[in-house]
Design a protein around this ligand. Sequence first.
Ligand code: ADP
Ligand code: MG
Length: 695
Amino acid sequence: MTKVPELFGSMVFGERVMRERLPKDIFKALQNTIKSGNPISSEVADVVANAMKDWAIEKGATHYTHWFQPMTGVTAEKHDSFIQPADGGSVIMNFSGKQLIKGEPDASSFPSGGLRSTFEARGYTAWDPTSYAFVKDSVLYIPTAFISFSGQVLDKKTPLLRSMDTLSKAALRVLKLFGKKPCRVTPSVGPEQEYFLIPRELYKKRPDLIITGRTLFGAKPPKGQELDDHYFGHIKTRVLEYMEDLDTELWKLGIYAKTRHNEVAPAQHELAPIYSTVNIATDHNQLTMAVMRKVAKKHDLVCLLHEKPFAGVNGSGKHNNWSISTSDGENLLEPGKDLKNNLQFMLFLTAIIKAVDEHQDLLRLSVASAGNDHRLGANEAPPAIISMFLGDEITDLLETLASGKEYSNHVGNKLSTGVESVPVIYEDTTDRNRTSPFAFTGNKFEFRSLGSALNIACPNIMINAAVADALNAFADVLEKEKAADFKKAAIELIKKEYVAHRRIVFNGDNYAEAWREEAEKRGLLNLKSTPEALSYYDRPENVELFKRLKIYTDEEVRARKDILLENYCKVINIEALTMCEIALKQILPAATQFTTMLAENIINLKSLGMETTAQKDILENVSKLITAAYGAQQRLSDVQLAVKNESDLQTEANLCYSQVFEAMQELRTYCDRLETLLPKNMWPFPTYGDLLLYV
Ligand code: ADP
Ligand code: MG
């Protein structure tokens, strides 16, 4: 096997390759652009493009693509070969600076939420030099932003980059008050990715999985996750081979794949990379998901990234570990040894508390999707109510400050392992409330509400924006103070803001019913469904916030809301149609066949004068369920059509949730019961047991 350090980043046009292949002055100019965001000149671009092309061709590339992230949430690419006609009917391989910097995909079919009418369909893609180009499948991938000709953003990368700038500026204002002047403050993210692996030959027999990414039918298997034997369990050979292959492919692409383990549900696993700057982490996470799917194919497996592929066992999420650090390498969320005296940490922390409380709606809607609706609040993922976990030590300190008393240090309880040779460890006073949506875990916050398929750009745009706004508000107050009074004023501000926003802090069990009641008393939002959450997107205060922070214009916010609502309706609609089809064409015919078989059997037995009670009983049950399932299918079909005709998007989405989704559940219940009664060889597709237990 190749040595990992040599393998790592071998397909990436990263700093090492640039240093080797670019003239010194060009390398410097490009680094300058990458680090400080200064624009690049066309001369520099030409040289970089040429070097990039030569390198890519050596790596087997024949094409290049501007790789971007339209508002569909997935990535988009259009390949162009490097060929250029030359004398005598031959070709040369060419790639110019202009082609590197700007592309013009015919982008008329990407959702724009009305930002771009089809007759002026063209948008353009612009190179993001801060995210390295790479070669995958004989194509040079160039990460780009996607913008309309009138300058409106049509993608997820541009607003993310804007939110990073805004956050940096706000944090620098606050740091200046502490006499610190780093060049930049950058958010880092480590996204933990959950996924399922199932055998490909079985997947192919499930139209629901193929069309919608999740099973729309399926009775519970005799063994699910109740024995808790899968989480961190021994990894089966076939899965391990997949994981090894996956790590290798990711390492080649410069992705820091670090941790791999089995998750709670059978056939469920997790991959966590080492954290990186948020726009890189976003690109890498998109890439990771694509590579996961591709490598699975090679192993005759299918990687499911849907948030809830199987009812009755855990769904998949993505934990977004977020921190902010300066260009001098200081993590601003590091409490330090002496928490009590770490004023700067306490100020940043309080800004985040304010941010999360004031913008619960934005955080909640940033993770809203039809798939994730199955998870949030289902006692396997945080509830739809956004709250924060700070741990006892920090909460005690803030409470003491708020009450004006002196704080005495909270020392972690000794945890004994009970094994002599293992040293006694101190209980981490900030750790591990697995039920909290937004938990402080020592030197970072873990936003746990994300669904597994989500592009992490949106939640990070929201966190960056919310925290930037709070930091700006703090700077507005503190910049007015004289240096001598700064410390006192900062403590006063922490007290005041903590008292105003402490309702968002909850260190208890977020799954408990009591928390729902308590949260309601505290006036926290509980936005249960995607349509409900999205209705908050364009509230006047949110539009104002995005405008103030120069992340979105009015139209861009509304466009995003419409795209998400539309997407939600489409997903539900496709699921409803798929269910109707499977019920009518596969399940009901199979069940009917079984009743014919039973009926014939009863007649035969009777003619022999034999007992038929059991057969009759089964026949009656199956017949009743056929009638019920058929009725439910008809209702679903009617309701789906009626809702589809609704002209207002928000109303349509609301009805999709309250009526179509309800009708889907009803149809499923009858069909799943039929599954338990039909002979195995008559059931038209693989069951949960087949899919989950046999990899
Ligand atoms: P756990 O499952 O216990 O939460 P993992 O090791 O699976 O932990 O994942 C933790 C994630 O947090 C990793 O991606 C890791 O790189 C990331 N991380 C660690 N420190 C930071 C930090 N300061 N900022 C952002 N992410 C971080
Ligand atoms: Mg983990």
